[in-house]
Design a protein around this ligand. Structure first.
Ligand code: ADP
Ligand code: ADP
Length: 225
């Protein structure tokens, strides 16, 4: 777990500035949701936290460490994508184990972590299946399992429920929230869905055209008389 501090962060693509001096403080263990219309810069900001985009100005800290120049794999984050990004030729168990195998973790530790993540996510009976043999919701759980197995300081979610049908989306909201209550991992979650933001976030950051328009707890933002 770690805090994330975003201080006066800017992003330009060529001459076009798309993020204009954004400041967001995220506490240890907090679940923060970035919302706003398509094109407002949510995904760019998330990718800068992940290190997948360079920062044009300002500073991002994860814990005490300024990460502006730290490559993604040294940031101790795990990201869950909208399209799941599973390896199609690997089983569920191998998908979840892959990053630990790359790190040459001992097999006993890998088995233990994969087993634990599978238990948390209800994937125990699916470990030998391939992604194409899974439903959308199950694939999304595997993507989360892969993130959990890494035991990162920060989870980053980029519209993880957009590809699911309405019913499953409601169910997965609850599951992700329960997962957070259990692990308490600091989380930054991007969505354009206000209901997702209201039901899941500790703190909502409303973005518009590359700036933070509003920030606060769900009830502060949406339940004003
Ligand atoms: P959101 O996630 O809120 O939909 P994005 O962060 O994807 O918004 O995009 C913010 C702005 O940056 C948009 O105007 C988008 O067109 C622009 N943008 C995103 N990626 C690039 C890129 N690689 N090159 C140029 N412009 C980009
Ligand atoms: P390392 O051990 O070098 O930190 P890993 O072996 O965990 O890296 O993963 C290999 C690469 O894949 C790294 O660049 C890592 O950032 C990336 N990666 C793997 N899984 C994820 C994930 N869920 N989210 C973000 N990046 C990931």
């Amino acid at each position: 777990m770690a805090s994330v501090q975003i201080a006066d962060v800017r992003k330009a693509y060529g001459a076009t500035q798309v993020i204009h001096g954004v400041d967001i403080d995220i506490d240890d263990g907090e679940f923060v949701i970035l919302v706003g219309p398509s094109g407002c810069g949510k995904s760019t900001l998330l990718r800068m936290i992940a290190g997948l985009e360079n920062i044009s100005g300002g500073e991002i800290r994860i814990g005490p460490r300024v990460v502006n120049d730290v490559p993604p794999k040294e940031r101790d984050i795990a990201m869950v994508f909208q399209n799941y990004a599973l390896y199609p030729h690997m089983t569920v168990a191998d998908n979840m184990a892959f990053s630990m195998k790359l790190r040459k973790a001992p097999k006993s530790e890998i088995d233990e972590r994969v087993g634990k993540a599978a238990g948390i996510l209800g994937l125990d009976k699916l470990l030998d299946r391939y992604p194409r043999q899974l439903s959308g919701g199950q694939r999304q759980r595997v993507a989360m399992g892969r993130a959990i197995v890494r035991d990162p300081q920060v989870f980053l979610f980029d519209e993880p429920l957009s590809n699911l049908d309405a019913k499953l989306r409601v169910q997965m909201r609850t599951e992700i929230k329960e997962l957070h209550q259990r692990l308490k991992t600091t989380t930054v979650y991007v969505t354009h869905d206000q209901i997702e933001a209201m039901t899941m976030a500790d703190k909502i950051v409303v973005m518009h055209d590359g700036i933070v328009e509003q920030m606060g707890a769900p009830l502060e933002l949406y339940d004003r008389p």
